[in-house]
Design a protein around this ligand. Structure first.
Ligand code: GLV
Length: 308
């Protein structure tokens, strides 16, 4: 029985070491060294190989090495093979750190202080109380929920929006399209942690920005195509939006000539907000394999009709 890893080879070596320690009975291989394709029962990948139904005939489970699954071509994965996205403590911790720094950067005026520094200006600005800075997260999955639970501790009024109703302690929860505008109207810092689907592609556009209070800021840690970058530039120019922190862009990498690169009120990072940590991810994958063998539901198993 073989586990095949098909993603970054350096990380693959870390996975291989961890599998050798924790699951010595399972043969572990790193793509393209597949060995006997008929022995492969489990595949972990950022992108599955072409036509897995034919090339890996005995595949039982496909694991995404990422939290998001939109980059995956699921069409070649047979319908009876469950697909599991990565929900593991390391990726959650990384995202909580990244979004916390983004919200605090905006909240403590570091965009403005950065501009002042360029002018060698020593000038203090009034500090706004966290209680008056309303934070809102689009997407109440594992990541969105963890982010809100941490931000709440700073005293920010916290809300979340999701497609289906959720209840979370100390967090105002909004659900469904009909409540989106009410959620946006109370949100000074908007964080996007939605999965990329047909319904969320282009969601962060001029219409949505207009529903936010004037001078709101956005943080996109979802997927680049969720944001209309031209609308963002226009909203920053008009002052409807004040700042944007983007970890994802469309395309990636963002072309060198793109105006977002040099915009004083935009900060860009190269899709590094959070990544799977091999040490914690391998435990979660092995636990899911145990669950699968015992006929139990796996953590992070996606609903292919929903796309996440
Ligand atoms: C990264 O973007 C991921 O989906 O894990």
């Amino acid at each position: 029985m073989t586990f095949l890893y098909k993603a970054d080879p350096a990380r693959g070596e870390q996975w291989a070491r961890l599998f050798a320690q924790k699951a010595p009975d399972l043969e572990f291989r790193v793509w393209p060294d597949v060995g006997d394709p008929a022995a492969i029962r489990y595949l972990a990948a950022w992108q599955p190989p072409e036509d897995p139904a034919r090339t890996l005939p005995n595949l039982e489970v496909v694991f995404s090495v990422g939290a998001g699954i939109d980059q995956f071509d699921l069409s070649g994965v047979p319908a009876h093979v469950p697909v599991v996205r990565m929900i593991e403590p390391g990726i959650v911790e990384g995202m909580v750190e990244y979004v916390t720094q983004a919200v605090l950067t905006i909240h403590r005026d570091l965009f403005d202080y950065g501009l002042q520094q360029q002018e060698r200006q020593w000038r203090e600005m009034p500090v706004r109380a966290a209680a008056s800075r309303r934070v809102g997260v689009l997407g109440l999955g594992v990541l969105g929920t963890a982010v809100l639970e941490r931000l709440r501790l700073f005293g920010f009024p916290c809300a979340g929006w999701s497609r289906s109703p959720r209840t979370l302690d100390g967090i105002e929860c909004y659900a469904g399209t009909e409540s989106l505008d009410a959620f946006l109207a109370r949100t000074d810092v908007l964080i996007c942690l939605l999965p990329l689907t047909d319904a969320t592609r282009g969601l962060l556009n001029a219409k949505l920005f207009a529903a936010l209070p004037e001078g709101a800021s956005i943080v996109n840690v979802g997927r680049g195509p969720q944001l209309n970058q031209d609308d963002l530039l226009a909203a920053l120019a008009s002052g409807q939006l004040q700042n944007a922190i983007l970890d994802v862009t469309d395309p990636e990498p963002l072309p060198a000539s793109h105006p977002l690169w040099t915009h004083a009120r935009v900060r860009i990072t190269p899709h590094i907000a959070s990544a799977t940590r091999p040490d914690t991810a391998v435990d979660v994958v092995l636990d899911n394999i145990r669950r699968h063998r015992a006929g139990q539901p796996m953590i992070g198993q996606i609903d292919r009709s929903r796309g996440y």
